[in-house]
Design a protein. Structure first.
Length: 220
């Protein structure tokens, strides 16, 4: 008998994430939903990232690849994942209790919903939490696997803005997104955040937005 697919696959791209990765993985495993699959993609780390993931044993599927960026890491994770629903979590962020349950409840109750976002609360280690805000980021989304495949893979050529690009394509494809008021993602602020480290790549945000506008111009 073929084993049933896990209900949710969680893809965690990780690059030199030794310091925070265990906390991210533990926050997924603590969600209390049976059979959740955790896929960690070590994107060419030079620290102990792979060892942190491997220490979880069979609770985590570990993929190792040469450094290719977050888009490529997410794509590799999805290719390995078997779940009917997909979620993404950055290796330095965490999910609070109930994060998956409240989003999954919406998808279970509304077959017209393709994906669900929740609120995001940013925080600094040893500092105060910031006020929750709307969560249009990858770590706040739970998505039907079939709808991800309808939109297609993340753009691996983008160093930043790969999720903005994916969402623009999802909206062009007519996907329907819902939201819940609950905080579903705690986003850690620190000096190694991708958006800070790769400041020179921020021009790619402009390229992403121009590409979206160009697609819509041709569709109109």
């Amino acid at each position: 008998m073929t084993p049933a697919a896990p209900p949710i696959s969680v893809v965690i791209p990780a690059f030199n994430a030794e310091l925070y990765l265990a906390e991210a993985i533990q926050s997924v495993l603590a969600q209390g939903i049976p059979g959740v699959e955790v896929v960690v993609v070590d994107d060419g780390s030079t620290d102990g990232t792979a060892g942190v993931a491997a220490a979880f044993g069979t609770q985590v599927a570990l993929i190792r690849q040469p450094n290719a960026g977050i888009g490529a890491a997410r794509n590799a994770g999805v290719e390995r994942a078997a779940g009917n629903f997909l979620a993404f979590l950055d290796s330095d962020d965490v999910w609070p209790a109930g994060s998956l349950a409240c989003r999954l409840a919406v998808l279970d109750a509304d077959p017209e919903a393709d994906g669900v976002f929740g609120s995001v609360q940013e925080f600094r280690d040893g500092g105060d939490d910031l006020l929750p805000q709307g969560g249009g980021v990858a770590g706040a989304l739970l998505l039907r696997r079939a709808k991800y495949e309808a939109v297609g893979r993340f753009d691996q050529d983008l160093k930043v803005g790969e999720f903005i690009d994916w969402m623009a394509r999802a909206q062009d494809a007519g996907l329907k997104f819902r939201s819940v008021p609950d905080v579903v993602l705690r986003r850690r602020l620190h000096g190694a955040n991708t958006g800070l480290v790769q400041r020179d790549a921020r021009v790619e945000y402009t390229r992403v937005l121009r590409a979206a506008l160009e697609r819509r111009r041709h569709q109109s």
